[in-house]
Design a protein around this ligand. Structure first.
Ligand code: E4P
Length: 217
């Protein structure tokens, strides 16, 4: 399973990247706003840091302008994936940009039928939003399962990029189902290391190290 980090914060990306935890990055207009940076500048900086795909989202809602924006975004670096919304115009832009040979991430996916359309339009990644479905009492994981089944039924190569991940359990469930990629905020990825029995066990070992004066260096 690939790990993308869902942020435009350079420091957080660099910290995880140094540990080999970053296979790519996703950004969106809200994350760019939060960074307080210019979209082109910050995206270039991320692309210089990370080898894998870096999703940068268009701002337009009509296909022609999305395509023009996408063509500008891909000039930033070779590893740009143009992120377009799951609308009819977004699908048109997806088809054109993938036909041009660019990676496209179709975002804001909330149904399996939408995911089917994105795959037909040649999307490199489909981003189903788990957390936002859970927020309205729907089952985000069920959507990941449905898309996995449908893509496998027909051999679609579009990668399932489980997005809007809010908890470590979302990561675990996505891995169980077989999502190709998860994108999660740095805090969620870092929280995966936590286990109370690890802390308890380490405390006991440290007490014995002190009591027995065990030294290696
Ligand atoms: C994915 O590409 C989105 O940027 C992100 O996962 C959305 O997450 P949110 O619903 O927590 O804002």
């Amino acid at each position: 399973m690939k790990f993308f980090v869902d942020t435009a914060e350079i420091g957080a990306i660099a910290e995880l990247n140094d540990l080999g935890m970053v296979d790519g990055v996703t950004t969106n207009p809200s994350l760019i706003k939060k960074s307080g940076r210019d979209i082109i500048e910050v995206t270039k900086e991320i692309c210089d840091l990370v080898d894998g795909p870096v999703s940068a989202e268009v701002t337009a809602t009509d296909a022609d302008t999305m395509i023009a924006e996408g063509r500008k975004l891909v000039e930033i670096a070779e590893n740009i994936a143009v992120k377009v919304p799951l609308t009819w115009d977004g699908l048109k832009a997806c088809k054109t940009l993938t036909d041009d040979g660019h990676m496209v991430n179709v975002t804001l996916c909330f149904s399996a039928n939408q995911a089917l359309l994105a795959a037909k339009a040649g999307a490199t990644f489909i981003s189903p939003f788990i957390g936002r479905l859970d927020d309205i009492n729907l089952d985000g994981m069920e959507l990941i399962e449905d898309i996995r089944t449908i893509y496998d039924n027909y051999g679609f190569e579009t990668q399932i990029l489980a997005a809007s991940i809010r908890s470590v359990n979302h990561v675990l469930d996505s891995a169980r189902i077989g999502a190709d990629v998860i994108t999660a905020p740095p805090a969620v990825i870092k929280a995966m290391v936590n286990h109370p029995l690890t802390d308890k066990g380490l405390d006991a070992f440290l007490a014995d190290i002190k009591a027995a004066e065990i030294k290696i260096l």
